[in-house]
Design a protein around this ligand. Structure first.
Ligand SMILES: Cc1cc2nc3c(=O)[nH]c(=O)nc-3n(C[C@H](O)[C@H](O)[C@H](O)COP(=O)(O)OP(=O)(O)OC[C@H]3O[C@@H](n4cnc5c(N)ncnc54)[C@H](O)[C@@H]3O)c2cc1C
Length: 446
C-alpha cells in the first residue's frame, strides 16, 4: 500500500477498510482519524489536488483541526481580529456594528482564520496521508456499488475503476450527486439551499492593511445584510481579508433567485454599494466561483448511516447560517472525525452495518454540531417570513433615525429624538409591531 499522494491506479479493489469520497475538510478529517486508528483508508478526490475545486468565504474555524494536527504548520492567511456587521439600504445607507475584542488578538485567536482552500485542503489531506491514508486525485466517484441492499464500494471514472471496501464515507460536499444518486438523501428543497458567488482580488498588502485597519497577521471579516447587499432575497454579502487577497461574495437562497438577478449580477451590485465600493475597488481578479450551501439545518439532515456507508460534512447538510454565524468548516471536520472514530469502533467488531455505525449519529447529536443547528433551526423561517421588513424597511428606517437623532440645526434634541423614534416605529408597525418582532427574535439572545 502506498502512503503518498498519487494519481496512479494500481488495483486497490478490496485492499482497504474504508473509501472516502472527496478530500475536502470532512473527508480528510475522517481519513486522518481512521488512519490514526489503524485502518487502511483510501481518499478519492475529483480535483487535481485537494482544495482546487473548493469554494468558500472564508473563515476556517479550527478547534477540531487544532486538536487533530500539528497545527503550527497549517497554511493560514490571517487571524480574524475584527468583525463588522452592516445593514445596507437600497438608497446607499449603511448602519454598522464593529468589534475588535483584545482577546481575539491573543493565541488561539478565537480559532478563526482566513485560509485559501487550495493551500489549506492540500495541507490537511497531507496530514491524513502522513498518518497512513492513500490519496488518489483526478478521480471522480460516479456511483455506489451494492450487494443486495448493502453498499460495498464505489464506481469511479477510471478504467477498471470499481473499488470495494467495507465502508464508504460520503464527503462530497453540498453538491452531493453520488449520495443523492444512490437515494441516500432526497434532493434538498429550494428553501434549504443558498447560492453564492465569490471573487478573490489581489491587492498590495499595504492597501489591504490600510483599507481594513490591519497590521501584521490580523484580518477582518465584514458581513452585510439588507436590500443594498442583495436585493429582494434572504441573504447578504461578505468581505474577508487574506494576506495579499480579499474575498468578496454574496450568499442568498436559491428560492429567491426568482427576484430576477443572477449571482454574478448580485455580486457586481454588492460591490458597487457606496459602503462597499471603496473597500474593494481596484486590484486584480484572481478567482471567480459560484457554489451552493445547504441551509436546511437539523431538520433537513438526511439519514447519516446506512449499511456500509456514512454521510458527513456538507453532504449531510451540516452548515449553520444564522446571519451572524456562517459555520460549516468546523462542522465538516467534527463530523468527519466522529464518523472516523465510529467506523474504527465498528471495525473492532468486524462490522460495518448501519447498527454498528450508529455511534456516529449518536456522538454527532451530543456534539456542538447538532446542538448549534437545532438552536437556530427556527431562524431561517422567521427571517424569511419577515424579509421585507428586515432587509428592506429596517435598513432605510435605521439610516433615517440616525439622521434625525444626530441632526444639527436650530431645533431641540427632544424633537430630533422624537423624529428618530417615529421613523423606527413607523417601519416596525408601531409599538405593537416592534414588540411582536422583539418577541419573535428573543431566542437570539436566550
Ligand atoms: C461562498 C461560501 C462561503 C462560505 N463561507 C464559510 C465561512 O466563512 N466559514 C465556514 O465555516 N464555512 C463557510 N462555508 C461553508 C464551508 O465551505 C463548507 O461547510 C465546508 O467546505 C464543507 O466541507 P466538506 O468537506 O463537507 O465539503 P467540500 O469542502 O465541498 O469538499 C468536498 C470535496 O469532495 C470532492 N468531490 C465532490 N464530489 C466528488 C466525487 N464524485 N468524487 C470525488 N471527489 C468529489 C470535491 O472536489 C471536494 O474536494 C462557505 C461556503 C460557501 C459556498
Amino acid at each position: 500500500m502506498t502512503t503518498t499522494a498519487t494519481t496512479e491506479t494500481p488495483n486497490y479493489d478490496g485492499a482497504f477498510d474504508a473509501i472516502v469520497v472527496g478530500a475536502g475538510l470532512a473527508g480528510s478529517a475522517a481519513a486522518l482519524t481512521m488512519a490514526r486508528e489503524g485502518l487502511d483508508v483510501i481518499m478519492l478526490e475529483r480535483g487535481p489536488a485537494p482544495g482546487t475545486k473548493n469554494v468558500f468565504g472564508g473563515v476556517l474555524y479550527t478547534p477540531t483541526v487544532r486538536a487533530l494536527t500539528e497545527f503550527d504548520s497549517a497554511p493560514l492567511e490571517r487571524f480574524v481580529a475584527g468583525k463588522r456587521f452592516s445593514v445596507l439600504s437600497d438608497e446607499g445607507d449603511e448602519t454598522a456594528i464593529s468589534m475588535r475584542p483584545d482577546a481575539w488578538r491573543e493565541d488561539p485567536h478565537n480559532d478563526s482564520f482566513t485560509v485559501l482552500r487550495g493551500d489549506f485542503d492540500k495541507w490537511f489531506a497531507d496530514q491524513a496521508v502522513s498518518a497512513g491514508a492513500t490519496l488518489i486525485t483526478e478521480t471522480t466517484v460516479t456511483g455506489l456499488v451494492r450487494d443486495g441492499g448493502r453498499i460495498v464500494g464505489v464506481e469511479t471514472d477510471r478504467p477498471d475503476g470499481t473499488l470495494r471496501a467495507p465502508v464508504v464515507v460520503l464527503a462530497e460536499g453540498a453538491n452531493s450527486l453520488v449520495t443523492e444518486g444512490a437515494s441516500l438523501k432526497p434532493r434538498p428543497e429550494r428553501e434549504d439551499v443558498a447560492v453564492s458567488a465569490k471573487e478573490v482580488r489581489k491587492f498590495d498588502t499595504s492597501v489591504i492593511e490600510d483599507r481594513f485597519r490591519l497590521a501584521d497577521d490580523a484580518g477582518a471579516a465584514y458581513t452585510y445584510f439588507g436590500d443594498g447587499a442583495v436585493p429582494g432575497a434572504v441573504g447578504g454579502g461578505f468581505i474577508y481579508t487574506n494576506k495579499r487577497t480579499v474575498s468578496i461574495g454574496v450568499v442568498y437562497r436559491i428560492a429567491d433567485v426568482a427576484a430576477g438577478i443572477t449571482p454574478e449580477q448580485a455580486l457586481n451590485r454588492f460591490k458597487s454599494h457606496p459602503a462597499v465600493a471603496p473597500l474593494v475597488r481596484g486590484g486584480t481578479l484572481v478567482e471567480y466561483s459560484a457554489h451552493a450551501i445547504p441551509e436546511g439545518g437539523a431538520d433537513a439532515m438526511p439519514d447519516l448511516v446506512h449499511d456500509g456507508a456514512v454521510v458527513i460534512g456538507d453532504a449531510a447538510g451540516l452548515v449553520l447560517n444564522s446571519g451572524v454565524h456562517l459555520e460549516g468548516t468546523n462542522m465538516a471536520v467534527e463530523s468527519g472525525h466522529l464518523a472516523g472514530l465510529a467506523i474504527a469502533r465498528a471495525a473492532d467488531d468486524h462490522r460495518s452495518d448501519r447498527e454498528a455505525l450508529a455511534r456516529y449519529p449518536e456522538w454527532l447529536e451530543e456534539s456542538f454540531v447538532v446542538e448549534n443547528l437545532r438552536r437556530y433551526g427556527w431562524f431561517q423561517d422567521a427571517v424569511a417570513a419577515d424579509r421585507d421588513f428586515l432587509f428592506g424597511d429596517l435598513p432605510t428606517a435605521l439610516a433615517g433615525a440616525e439622521a434625525e437623532f444626530f441632526r444639527v440645526d436650530r431645533g431641540s434634541k427632544q424633537a430630533h429624538t422624537a423624529a428618530a423614534r417615529r421613523q423606527l416605529l413607523d417601519a416596525a408597525g408601531g409599538w405593537m409591531g416592534a414588540a411582536k418582532r422583539a418577541w419573535r427574535f428573543r431566542r437570539m439572545l436566550s
